[in-house]
Design a protein around this ligand. Structure first.
Ligand code: PLP
Length: 421
């Protein structure tokens, strides 16, 4: 599919044409690969996604034509690199609909974005204060807060999940209070696929004057996003989960909050002036970007934003919903299979157990059939504990997956059932 990489406005381009998944697949060179004589059925998108040619080209172009360090360069390679790096910031701003590029900080990924906020927030936490998260968080939205709490004497509070893997909203509201200094939760759970009602959760937090961080790692590839409409204080995304490169992501922060928080890493580029007596910090967003960043990755992330915008995030979401419904029905017909995570609002994640078979064995048999899934706790051990299981097998969907691939998954699972009977 020919996706223009420039001139795309704020609105996703919606065409009347049906979603042509074969044309989309042609954009992803890795998908042409065969495993055991079959085209690879890549169903591990919640761990990382494959990259379209446009993203690969952006990386190669930077290294072959424009490679240079950014900011304060007197030569034209440096100017070109800086221009492209800052243009990528504009693309991420548009992608999230942030008010200003000053609100977009480049980081290594969602993990680093959350660590930035959790670390900087220590200056605002004291003994007895509370940080509120939920029971479905990825480890990267648990551990940074535990570290902040340990360092300050604050307490970590956790809103529980119901049997379907949804956050208990009443419990969540009940845990918000005058001691709550910040709340952080996933937009979409990587382990269960649950889409949190984040608009309601943000409103509830704001009613108590509590700032909100949203872990958007799983939402960025699946949903149209608008941080201004959401009104959250912080929103973190990872490039590699949204068809962009690894090692790059972005943290959105409301300007007022980014101004308020102290820097968390010191080094080049984040300063205005340095003497041994005193250092003054650079303006936003550079205050939070110490050292030479992942320049190529940033440009690649910009290309991934362009790609998703051009394909149309509404269309992608609609297509993935039909795939999810198809896959759910198929898998529920597999003998011995139990779905884990059955929220009313779900994104493309099929997490399950098979009676009497270890998830790793399920994954290994599927791999021998050219079907790539993940087995384990998915960096969400508390979610596994909640359902009293050590692990699940997880098939996670992306914009290039097909019904035929889900048919192969289901056939493979029937085979697993027969092998281990
Ligand atoms: C992948 C993921 C993260 C961590 O992202 P990194 O890119 O590994 O930093 C955090 N939260 C969720 C929900 C994720 O899926």
């Amino acid at each position: 599919m020919a996706i223009a990489s420039s001139g795309i406005g704020t609105a996703d381009i919606e065409t009347a044409s049906a979603y042509d998944v074969e044309r989309v697949r042609a954009d992803f060179p890795l998908l042409r690969q065969t495993i055991e004589g079959q085209p690879v059925a890549y169903l591990d998108n919640a761990a990382t996604t494959q990259k379209p040619q446009a993203v690969i080209d952006a990386l190669v172009r930077f290294y072959t034509e424009d490679c240079s360090n950014i900011h304060r360069s007197v030569h034209r390679l440096g100017e070109r690199a800086t221009e492209q790096y800052e243009a990528a910031r504009g693309k991420v701003r548009t992608f999230l609909n942030a008010a200003s590029e000053r609100e977009i900080v480049f980081v290594r990924g969602t993990t680093e974005g959350i660590n930035l906020v959790a670390q900087s927030f220590r200056s605002r936490l004291a003994a007895g204060d509370e940080v509120l998260i939920t029971g479905l968080e990825h480890h990267s939205n648990i551990v940074p807060w535990q570290l902040a709490c340990e360092a300050t004497g604050a307490n970590l509070k956790v809103a529980p999940l119901n049997e379907k893997g949804e956050v208990d909203l009443d419990a969540y509201r009940g845990l918000l209070g005058s001691r709550t200094k910040i709340t952080a939760f996933a937009h979409i759970s990587n382990a269960l696929g649950t889409v949190n009602p984040i608009e309601e959760m943000i409103r509830a937090a704001h009613a108590q004057g509590v700032p909100v961080l949203v872990d958007g790692a799983q939402a960025a590839p699946h949903l149209p996003l608008d941080v201004r409409a959401l009104d959250c204080e912080f929103y973190a995304i990872s490039g590699h989960k949204m068809y962009g490169p690894t090692g790059i992501g972005a943290l959105y922060g409301k300007e007022k909050w980014l101004e308020r928080l102290p820097p968390w890493q010191g080094g080049g580029d984040m300063i205005r002036s340095v003497t041994f007596e005193k250092t003054t910090y650079n303006e936003l967003p550079y205050k939070f970007e110490a050292g030479t960043p992942n320049i190529a990755g940033t440009i690649g992330l910009g290309a991934a934003c362009d790609y998703l915008q051009a394909l149309g995030r509404e269309r992608i979401a609609r297509y993935e919903q039909t795939l999810l419904a198809y896959g759910t029905e198929l898998l529920c017909g597999v003998p011995g299979l139990r779905m884990v995570g059955t929220a009313a609002e779900k994104a493309g994640v099929l997490s399950f157990t098979m009676a009497g078979v270890h998830p790793h064995d399920v994954g290994t048999v599927l791999d021998s059939l050219g079907v790539a899934v993940r087995a384990g706790h998915h960096c969400a051990q508390p979610v596994m504990d909640r359902f009293a299981i050590p692990a699940t097998t997880r098939a996670s969907l992306g914009l290039y997956n097909t019904r035929a691939e889900l048919d192969r998954l289901a056939a493979g699972l029937r085979r697993v059932g027969e092998m281990f009977r």
